[in-house]
Design a protein around this ligand. Structure first.
Ligand code: BTN
Length: 324
C-alpha cells in the first residue's frame, strides 16, 4: 500500500487530498494517514496542508515500496550479514521464484571462491531466488544471463561500454564494477533453486590505487539513481529468463564479452590453463585454445586477461601478465 501511495503522490504535481487518495486506493482516510506517518518515519518528506499531501523528497534507499509491482516479493534489510544467507533460508522455506533480498549494506558480503565482498552503503546488493526448470548442468547459464542483464543496464542507462569477463564479472574500461555469485540447491537432475547474488559498485568510491575495480559514481563523476538502476536491471533479468536455454542468450554474452579472443590464464579446479579464449559452449564453459593448438574447457574458475600471447609455461604467464 505504501508503494501505491507513493506512486499516487508522484503522479500528482500538486497536493493530493486524503479523500481522493482513500477513494483511489479503496482504504480509509485513517489508514492513509497511518501509512503517510510510516513513510515519514522511513525518511520520506511529505508536506501536509488542508489541501492534502505532497511528496517533497524521498530517501536514497532501496525500500520495497519504491518498486510497486515487486513490493510483495522484496525482503529489505538496512544492514545484513549477507543477502545470500537470508535468501538461502527463504528458499529452503519455500520462497517462490522471483523473491528478492535487498540490503543497503552487508557486514559479511561474500564473493566467488570464498572471497570477501566489501559492501558499504551506496552499493547495490541483492539476491534473487530463481527456480528454473533446467538440468543442473546448465545452471551456469544463469550467471551468464545475469551478467548480460547488468551490462545491458549499464549500457542502456549511461551509454558506457560495459563488458563481460568470464565467468560473470562486469567491467568498465577493464575494471570490475559488478560481481555475481550464484548458489544452487539441486539433486542429480533437478534444480530446486538457484540464488543469484549481484553486487554493484554504484555510489561507492574505489580507492585511487585500486586499478582493477571501479564504481559507477567514479566512472561517471556523479551519483546515480540506485532505484532506477535496480528497477531497470530487474526488468532486464526478467526479460532474459525466458531466453535462458535459447542460443540468443549465448550470442548476447559473446557480443558483450571482453574475454573472447583474449589470451587468458584460468585457474580452474586446481589446474592452470593458459591460451586464447575462443568460445563458450552451451553450458557456459569457456573454450581455450592452448599454444600447442589443443582445446581445453574450463567449467568454472578464476580468469585473468593477459596483455599478449604468453609462453605456455604457467609461471611465465604470471610474471608477464597485465591482470584484471
Ligand atoms: C564476485 O565477484 O566474487 C561475486 C560478488 C557477489 C556479491 C554479491 S552482493 C549481494 C550478494 N550477497 C553476497 O554476500 N554476495 C552477493
Amino acid at each position: 500500500m505504501k508503494g501505491q501511495i507513493l506512486k499516487a503522490l508522484r503522479e500528482c504535481s500538486d497536493y493530493l487530498s486524503g479523500e481522493k487518495l482513500s477513494e483511489q486506493l479503496g482504504i480509509s482516510r485513517v489508514s492513509i494517514w497511518k501509512h503517510i506517518r510510516s513513510l515519514k518515519k522511513d525518511g520520506y518528506v511529505i508536506g501536509a496542508s488542508p489541501r492534502g499531501y505532497r511528496l517533497v523528497s524521498s530517501p536514497d534507499l532501496l525500500l520495497p515500496y519504491e518498486f510497486p509491482d515487486l513490493e510483495q516479493r522484496i525482503h529489505y534489510f538496512p544492514e545484513i550479514g549477507s543477502t545470500m544467507d537470508a535468501a538461502r533460508e527463504l528458499a529452503r522455506k519455500g520462497a517462490g521464484e522471483g523473491t528478492i533480498v535487498i540490503a543497503e549494506a552487508q557486514a559479511h558480503g561474500r564473493g566467488r571462491l570464498s572471497r570477501e565482498w566489501l559492501s558499504p552503503k551506496g552499493g547495490i546488493y541483492f539476491t534473487l531466488i530463481l527456480r528454473p526448470s533446467i538440468s543442473p548442468a546448465y545452471a551456469p547459464r544463469i550467471n551468464l544471463m545475469a551478467s548480460v542483464a547488468v551490462a545491458a543496464t549499464i549500457r542502456k542507462l549511461f551509454g558506457l561500454n560495459a563488458e563481460l569477463k568470464w565467468p560473470n564479472d562486469v567491467l568498465i574500461e577493464g575494471r570490475k564494477v559488478c560481481g555475481i555469485l550464484a548458489e544452487m540447491d539441486a539433486e542429480m537432475d533437478v534444480v530446486n533453486f538457484v540464488n543469484v547474488g549481484i553486487g554493484i559498485n554504484a555510489n561507492t568510491s574505489v580507492p585511487q590505487f585500486e586499478k582493477t575495480a571501479t564504481s559507477l559514481k567514479d566512472t561517471l563523476g556523479r551519483k546515480i539513481s540506485r532505484k532506477e538502476f535496480l528497477s531497470v536491471l530487474l526488468g532486464e533479468i526478467e526479460r532474459r529468463q525466458a531466453l535462458l536455454m535459447e542460443a540468443d542468450l549465448l550470442e548476447e554474452w559473446k557480443k558483450l564479452s571482453g574475454t573472447l579472443n583474449k589470451y587468458v590464464r584460468i585457474l580452474s579446479l586446481g589446474e592452470v590453463i593458459v591460451g586464447r579464449a575462443i568460445d563458450i559452449d552451451t553450458t557456459g564453459a569457456l573454450i581455450i585454445r592452448k599454444r600447442n593448438g589443443s582445446l581445453k574447457k574450463a567449467l568454472a574458475g578464476d580468469c585473468i586477461h593477459l596483455r599478449e600471447e604468453t609462453p605456455d609455461t604457467d609461471m611465465g604467464a604470471v610474471s608477464r601478465q597485465h591482470s584484471v
